[in-house]
Design a protein around this ligand. Structure first.
Ligand code: MRU
Length: 345
């Protein structure tokens, strides 16, 4: 288990480990208002699909507290709508706010105190269930890891991206904790550098042997047999297994297939969007040009250049070897395995 929590909630305050400041500074960002929660999600104080989901759940509670005596179902739907718009791709966000709204609608109560109690207890449940899911995925995923594996991972999918433990990085953590000798290659993950700033920090903190590489070094390492497995996370998975994840994931999956390297996605059932048939329906977040034209405060591109900065891409299901969930490992054809494990169970 990691020695820190990205998200904590006490005394009506959401306390987030400020991921913009890592790895140099460990600082916390407190949210006491809905506006602060929305800022934290948009500005990536907190990021990673499951972590965004848990944050949004407490955001619903903070938004409800702010409404005070004016709290009613319609106003709560407005809170949900603002939260849902803060980042569009990670479905865990809308999943968490929808779950809370469904629960409130089911109790048929107009008592402010009762509604607040229900929102808080549902947010706590979402938080606790994510930690348990991560551990279950780690145990399933670890069955895919062998002694001396050289594992590539992209972006940050660790304890920082979830309530605890992580998804793809959770599998890596579990493999290390159970005594497997593995080596991890972490893509730096331009332009926000989640791999360099966050994954490398988690790996160093846990003493897991690892090497940080520029994103564009992965292809030749795969071709040369230096990487024999790839584990990534997901922000949204369609009914057919098409998977949205951090920009650059698709490219890795194509190279992996060319060189017969297994490509595994690790994601909880809360990351599946069973309302969409394929990845074509996934909205890809476009982020600020400044993330590309600048590195920190330094400008690295000329004024006037056009920038295209998608935060995610979609990996078609044909490039995915298996998807590890908390309910088990899904294999192709994914439309069938998703139906069997996630819908019919
Ligand atoms: O833009 P981010 O940092 O929120 O993107 C995060 C990712 O793409 C992760 O791989 C994904 O959310 C899975 S995290 C457990």
């Amino acid at each position: 288990m990691a020695a820190f929590y990205a998200i904590q909630f006490h005394e009506n305050r959401l306390v987030l480990l400020d991921q913009r400041k890592l790895p140099v500074t460990t600082a916390y960002f407190e949210c006491k208002t809905l506006a602060e929660v929305i800022f934290a999600i948009k500005d990536m104080v907190v990021r990673g699909a499951p972590a965004i989901g848990a944050t949004a759940a407490y955001g619903m509670y903070i938004g409800a507290l702010e409404l005070g005596d004016e709290l009613d179902l319609q106003k709560l739907y407005d809170v949900k709508a603002i939260l849902d718009a803060s980042r569009p791709t990670a479905v865990n966000l809308m999943w968490a706010t929808s779950r809370i709204m469904e629960k409130i609608a089911s109790i048929h109560s107009s008592s402010v105190n009762e509604i607040l109690k229900v929102i808080k207890s549902e947010a706590d449940a979402i938080f606790n269930e994510d930690a348990a899911s991560c551990k279950a995925m780690a145990v399933f995923g670890n069955t895919l890891v062998d002694q001396n594996d050289q594992i590539l991972t992209h972006c940050n999918t660790g304890a920082l991206a979830t309530v605890a433990y992580g998804t793809a990085l959770g599998v890596i953590r579990e493999a290390h904790e159970t005594g497997k000798s593995i080596h991890v290659f972490a893509d730096e993950t331009r332009p926000r550098l989640q791999g360099a700033r966050l994954t490398a920090w988690e790996l160093v903190t846990e003493g897991i042997p690892a090497t940080l590489i520029p994103d564009n070094a992965a292809a030749s390492l795969i071709r040369d047999g230096k990487i024999n497995k790839i584990f990534v996370g997901a922000d949204r998975i369609a009914r057919n297994g098409d998977t949205a994840n951090k920009i650059g994931t698709f490219m890795l999956s194509v190279i992996a297939k060319r060189y017969n390297v297994p490509f595994y996605v690790v994601a909880p059932s809360t990351t599946f969007d069973l309302d969409i048939k394929s990845g074509e329906a996934i909205e890809i977040e476009l982020r600020d040009a400044r993330e590309v034209t600048h590195v920190g405060e330094e400008q690295v591109a000329p004024n006037g250049i056009h920038v295209y900065n998608p935060a995610f891409d979609v990996t078609p299901n044909e490039f995915i070897t298996a998807i590890v969930t908390e309910k088990g490992i899904l294999y192709p054809p994914f439309t069938q395995s998703i139906l069997d494990k996630l819908i019919e169970e």
